[in-house]
Design a protein around this ligand. Structure first.
Ligand SMILES: [Zn+2]
Length: 328
């Protein structure tokens, strides 16, 4: 084992203790791209980097299935340097790229699946990114969005515009968001079919068959605070039933879409998730889970496309500094 790994393990025992004062680092990934893609945001990593992350996770941390880790957390029995791996949304590359890497490293993970996009669906952020990828330069007329003529003649311009548009449409009411994405796609890609980026139900079933945990992530990925409570309840319950139909077992863990406490969900949504029958939920608030954390609002850590050494340092710092209670 390299000396750096031994040093991290030694420091990790102090910074990320076990037992009653134990803490659990929960990693969040979305896509694992076959190759790096400059149009994707920096938290979307590629296969080679993900492989490096998993090497670091396996050599410096005790990687646990999230359901087991939560049992140990509640019982005060977490090992030192406890870590769980999660994926949000249900991307096809989770099955075709991430699963083989996880299996090679013998690592467990939890996949939070948004059921409404399985098959031929495409999440709004991907409609935007894939539309802008196909835009013909030198300019794209976005005056219908109040954004004027925007340059799209090179990757840097497309990258900037894609990022801006994802933020722009993210908080639009659902119907308006959909209509905006449809119009943008037509403006950039005409009648061309959208790329199939999400898993099909059989792939979700196959993840479960390989011992991976499957969790809920709503049916249509709404920002919960932007829809009515009844609509939110329906979306959460529909997703849970759909996952039960696919895998044959009812999911016990949930991840809030976008996941920022008091912004993307509130205490009322937390209670809806509990009422739906879930035993725990994760947010995207930064930090580590401790026995003081609300089990329905566990914080996570989203690693960017950083080197394995940098990731390990970030995770140990997160374990030491991220012990804040999250509440909505
Ligand atoms: Zn999501």
């Amino acid at each position: 084992m390299p000396l750096t790994s031994l040093a991290f393990i030694g420091a990790g025992g102090f910074l990320s203790p076990g037992g009653a004062s134990g803490c659990l680092t929960v990693l969040t990934y979305h896509r694992v791209l076959p190759q790096a893609d400059p149009l994707q945001p920096p938290d979307q990593i590629d296969a080679a980097s993900f492989d490096g992350h998993m090497t670091a996770a396996r050599s410096c941390f005790n990687v646990l299935p999230l359901p087991d880790a939560l049992d140990m957390l509640e019982q005060g029995k977490l090992p030192r340097r406890a870590l769980s791996i999660t994926f949000d949304d249900g991307y096809e590359d989770n099955h075709s790229v991430a699963l083989p890497i996880l299996r090679r490293h013998r690592l467990p993970a939890t996949f939070f699946i948004c059921t409404g996009y399985l098959g031929n669906g495409l999440m709004f952020n991907d409609v935007v990114t894939e539309a802008i990828r196909r835009a013909q330069g030198p300019h794209l007329d976005l005056s219908w969005l109040g954004l004027g003529m925007r340059p799209v003649s090179n990757i840097a311009e497309k990258q900037g515009l894609s990022k801006e548009l994802v933020q722009f449409v993210k908080y639009l009411p659902l119907a308006q968001r959909q209509a905006t994405c449809d119009r943008l796609w037509e403006a950039c890609a005409g009648q061309n079919a959208r790329p199939p980026l999400m898993m099909v139900p059989e792939q979700v079933k196959d993840l479960a068959a390989h011992g991976m945990a499957i969790g809920g992530h709503t049916h249509t990925h709404p920002i919960l605070t932007k829809i009515g409570l009844d609509e939110a309840r329906e979306d959460i319950v529909r997703n849970r039933q759909a996952l039960r139909d696919i895998t044959g077992s009812t999911p016990s863990l949930f991840a809030y879409p976008n996941g920022r406490p008091n912004t993307d969900y509130t205490r009322e949504h937390r209670d809806l998730v509990k009422e739906a029958g879930y035993r725990a939920a994760v947010s995207t608030a930064w930090g580590v889970a401790t026995r003081e954390s609300d089990i329905f609002q566990l914080p996570r850590f989203a690693p960017w496309n950083v080197s394995p050494t940098r990731l390990t340092l970030q995770l140990l710092k997160n374990a030491h500094k991220g012990r804040q209670a999250v509440s909505a």
